[in-house]
Design a protein around this ligand. Sequence first.
Ligand code: NOJ
Length: 684
Amino acid sequence: MSQFGTSIYHDRVNYFLDHYEEGKIGSYLTVKGAEITNRLQRECAEKFPTPIPLLFGDDVIHGLRTTLPTPLAQSCSWDPAAAERGAAVAAKEAYVAGIKWTFSPMVDIARDPRWGRIVEGYGEDPYLCSRFAEATVRGYQGKEIGEKYHVLACMKHFIAYGGCVGGRDYNEVDMSLQTLYDTYLPSFQAGIDAGAATVMAAFNTVNGVPCSGSRYLLTELLREQMGFDGFVVSDCDSIRELEAHGYAEDQKDAVYKAFHAGINMNMTGDRYSDHIPQLIQEGKLTEQDVDNAVLPILTLKVLLGLFEEPYVDETEAEKVFLCDEHLTACREIGRDCIVLLENNGILPLAENKKVALIGPLADEKRHVLGPWCCLPDPDKTVTVLEGMRNAGLDVTYAKGCDLNESSDEELRTAVCAAQNSDVAVVVLGQHFNMSGEAKSRANLTLPDAQLQLLDTILATGKPVVLLISDGRPTVVESFRDRVAALAYIWQLGTMTGDAVADVLTGKCDANGRLTVSVPRSVGQVPIHYNHPNTGRPHLGLVWYETGYTDEDATPRYPFGYGLSYSSFALSELTLSTDTIPVNGSLTVTCRVTNTGARAGKTVAQLYIRDLVGSCVRPVKELKGFKKVVLEPGASCTVSFELPADALAFHNEKLERVVEPGKFRLWVGQHAHDETLCGEFTVTE
Ligand code: NOJ
């Protein structure tokens, strides 16, 4: 991989040469580039008469050279087709770099923004996450495994990693099996149904048992009940950690437990090759067990075509990396991820406005690529400043402060820039390395230095458009009603600046919608719209209701929320029937009208509630969504197919049931929008 000038190139080759001959390496993590992967494949072909080609895997989480928006950002597009397109871009760049296996998508449900890995997933809702899971699996793998420019997907982390207590990464998960089945499994099931080739076992325990050593989770549930037939890889060191958990006596015992649980491949280290031979000698495992574990890995190597052609064309990367097609995809996906939360009419920016662009993240190339980037080229990244200038805006830039430190001089320059402009666009947020793995946080506000900057700019009296670039939903209570406009721009990757400028100038409608509820304060978390009811629901009427004495119980912005530059009305709700049998289906339709003066996009969202159940049911559950694009004054009909089967849940005995009874449904533009409401009954 000399084209990337890596000094670890020789270490990698030497490590390989030492271990491959002893049969200890079958796949390789973090080696990228056609030259090095070809070289290692060649070593392998030359050493053995019947060589087994290597499988190179990597964290191509949201792009390789072209960095796409983070998965959390992508989910806010409410457009699974966009995620499929992004995954295909990532797959192609990985493929030409010799990587045929990506450790993505992360389809863990995340309901706690303290958890840094919320940035890697598709938000809090099982239905929405499922649609993104299947779309990304398709994008990575193509129509069938082995298709050129496509790679194996790896759904992770099985299971319930996002449910870690306190939002602390790697922490225990203690949850009912009903919640596990109804909330955390569906996205994995959707990915399995879409053909996901591999699954990664999680670090955490579920109800006391580490996932990486649980035969119940990895074999009985994942394979026997859910029908997964690819291979399971451990997480990095998650087998070794079985000892630290207090679940294995020593490393040999850890290997035995992980292997017996159903982990086909150990990620990192030699534990499997070190201990499995002895476990066979002791009669704890048989050679047949090992053959059975290896078979799905070999099968996928065959399907990938690695036995026929293990090499990749070394001239392709240059043409594929950061090509126009990929940059265009990145920009188009990115602009649909931006969620506009407040707007007094200042956006889109009127032409000829003088803009002061302020903030430590306004001209930051690495930050906007997010916490996971694979082989990025920060030099090719378009910052917000560059994007605004590319769009022809009259911009004066001032940093204002460092990420965590104020400077009087920088503050003065920023104030001066604001005073000499018509509008201040301020870009703030937690730095990229404050979210992601092991980046749990107990505070969800902006750093003090940035809050001070914002207050100072607000004090100039100039209207402030605040853009928050972050990997998690930031708490905005102290300033959201003082700014003229507020948007989450997340981390949009290589084309961030152009995507942001497209929305600021109104070239494109603001059309992202939240996929996580935004808390008013950290004390509210975990907070999500689809919680079960209580006997004392929060109605805001009496004291003895579920809630807080010092804080509202509702989120600041609900799931599904986001503003457009236009306005939309939903009307004419129709149900094809008001009664369906448990094996029947219902069609729900409504009219969406663009009532504003601009073309725009909105998302019609279908929610249901099972009014009486043998287990208390969530107050709302998303069951469908449609993104529509409408010219001013235009309208269209959207329809949703709602099979009774989609109403199923797991009862007290963990049986999957569709219970007869009354259901309420709503079609709205966010989870709290109850404008259109209907009811239907499910009969035996
Ligand atoms: C640990 C992370 O949990 C996992 O998501 C990632 O794929 C591996 N490390 C490999 O980097």
